[in-house]
Every structure is written in structure tokens, then in C-alpha cells.
Design a binder for this molecule. Sequence first.
Ligand SMILES: NC(=O)c1ccc[n+]([C@@H]2O[C@H](COP(=O)([O-])OP(=O)(O)OC[C@H]3O[C@@H](n4cnc5c(N)ncnc54)[C@H](O)[C@@H]3O)[C@@H](O)[C@H]2O)c1
Length: 364
Amino acid sequence: MAKQPLRLAIVGCGDIAQYVTRFARLNRRIQLAAACDVSADRAEAFARRFKIPQTFTDYAAMLEQAELDAVYLAVPHHLHGEMMATAVAHHTPVFTEKPVTRTLAEGQKIAQLAAAQGIKIGVNYQYRYDSGCHRLARAVQNGDLGAVHSVRINIPWHRKADYFDHAAWHSKIATAGGGTLLTQGSHFLDVVLWALAGDDPVTAVGYTAQRKFKTSSAPAHRGKDTTERIEVEDLAQGIIQMASGALIQISSSMVASSEQATSIEVYGERATAVYSPSPLPHVKFRDAPVKAPKPPHRGIHALQRSLEGFRAWVMDDVPYLTPAPSALPVLAAVEAIYRSAQSEKREEIEDWRLENRENALSNL
Ligand SMILES: NC(=O)c1ccc[n+]([C@@H]2O[C@H](COP(=O)([O-])OP(=O)(O)OC[C@H]3O[C@@H](n4cnc5c(N)ncnc54)[C@H](O)[C@@H]3O)[C@@H](O)[C@H]2O)c1
């Protein structure tokens, strides 16, 4: 096991970075080496709060100048791809926030580039490390439920207008890539597709809607109040058909009147599994005794275990649950639901496998 701590830079000192950095501070095997944000004020306030020795406003300059073992990317989605490519060029491993990129094509290119250079990219789909989701997925993978017939995922979340006002990038397709399905729902669809690995998603139908958020009040600018058009959906529903014929139904929203608990229900031929994060993450198995393993690594929260999982992967070569190629099926499925919402037809889910791609590197 590595004796040296992982020297990690935090890139993007916004909302989620605060949680992950708090967990990084609790991990003695991680050393916070630098904080980077385009806003110097944000980077400096963040560095003061978390006792980080150096700040940068220029990511490329940070990679040139700072002594780092890895970067954690917590920036808007449209920056993930180019920042990962720059890190790979500097032979620096990356722990990126989800989704790996806005689009499948971009994600495949970056995963292929990283594989060609031998650089590790982990994606923070931390629910694979959640104690309930992990046990559910392992029970499915171990065949404890028998063949899975159907899955129902419900994410009835609540967001206020300040969700868009504080981070306008959430509202645009060009910067976010999509709305609630990509940003929130993909966490749980990722868990289910990981649980069912070996049974490929093949087609999807979907609907998207804007029920609550169409415009947002942008901060007053030079004394004028402005409103911004929100482009992304706040409600999405989809059905994914697997190669086996199993069906996954997902409803992802940010329009519930107050935040409600996510649920995942998996109906197998022998047993049923029901996941809930409330009051603490857990899964209940019905109709058969199931002993599913806990997630690896210690910690009170999935984010903590996911971060330690990445550290152990980079420093000690311990397998990580979410390397970049494994975060591609969820992108392929989400894209197919979005395409179906536009075309009003059933859409095929594109092949995400890197080994089936030709000449991707030449297009980078
Ligand atoms: N894993 C989770 O549970 C979880 C939860 C929330 C968000 N996220 C993900 O985290 C990422 C960030 O989301 P957020 O909600 O924290 O966003 P945010 O808007 O709160 O923070 C983004 C930060 O990036 C900075 N930034 C923008 N361009 C930059 C650049 N070129 N260089 C350096 N910094 C730059 C911004 O100034 C801002 O401080 C997204 O991928 C999002 O989907 C993950």
C-alpha cells in the first residue's frame, strides 16, 4: 500500500466540491494540494476554508506548475471533456464528477484516449458505493433475485429557482447537456445498468417536459432585472428495453413539491429488492434470503467511499468501481431517451463499447 498521500487538486470550487473536499480532509491518505476556479475570489475563499496551500484560476497553468498526483473535476459538464484531455496530456489521473461528459461520443473519445495513454479516469457515480445501492446491485449480479423482469426507478426531487440562478450553466443544453435525467436521474440509472451488466440496454422510449422551470430570474445586471430561458427538462420519463427483454422504467424530476426519497424496485423471478435512501440508505429483499456484500472502503457516506476508492485505485491499483468506460452505458441510455422524446419514436441505444469503435483517436 502506498505510503505517500495522494496529492489532489480541486478544480471548480462550487457546490459539490465542498462536500467532496470535506471528505478529502477526513482522509489522511489524501493531501489537498491546490484549488482552482475561474473566480479567484471563490478559489481563495475555498482554499482558506479547507486549508489548501495554493490557488489557481488557470487550470492548464496549475497542471504545469503544481506538484499533483490527480485532479478532481467539479466543473460544468461542457468542460469535463477538454479538462480530462488536458490532464491526460499531463499524465495526470482524473476523478471527474458525473456525467463523464455531456455526450456519448465525447465520453468514448476521452475514455479511449485515457486507455491509450494508460491514465486512470474515475467517474464520481458515488451511488455504486452507497450501502443500499451497492448491496442491491451485488445481489442482482450474484443472481440472488433470479432473472430480472422489471425495474422501476423514481427520483422525485425538488429544486428551487436558485438552482438555475446560482449556476446558469445548468439551464443550457450547450453547457449541461440535459436536465434532470442526465444530472440527477443518471446516478440511479447507472446503478441499475451496472447491476444488470451483461444484459445490454438496446432500445428506449421517453418523454421530457418542462413543468416548473421555463425561465429563471437572472441576477440583476447593471440595475436591470433579466429573465433567462431554461432549455433543459425538469421532468423526464423513460422505458429501457434490455437484450433479455427486461424493462427498466425511470422517472426523474426536480418538480416535486418537496424533496421525496428516491426509490429503486427490482423485480426478479425469485426475489424483489427495494432500495430507499431514507432514513439511511438501505435495501430490503423480499421472498428469498439474500446476503449481499457491503460496499468497499470505510466511511459514513458514499462520496467518502467513492473518493477513497479512487485514491486506492490510483495509488495502490485496487480496482475502482467506476472507471470511465463503465460510465458510458448510462450516457448511451440517457441519449436514447432524449432522442425518443424528440422523435416520438422508440430509439436504439448506441453501442458504447470502446472495442467496437474505430479511429476515434484520430478524431480527437
Ligand atoms: N456526485 C454528486 O452527487 C454531484 C452533486 C452535484 C453536482 N455534481 C456534479 O459536479 C459538477 C459541478 O456541479 P456543481 O453543482 O458543483 O456546479 P457549481 O456551478 O456549483 O460549481 C462549478 C464551479 O466550477 C467553476 N468553473 C467554471 N469554469 C471553470 C474553469 N474553466 N476552471 C475552473 N473552475 C471553473 C465555477 O466558477 C464554479 O465555482 C457537475 O458535473 C455536476 O453534475 C455531482
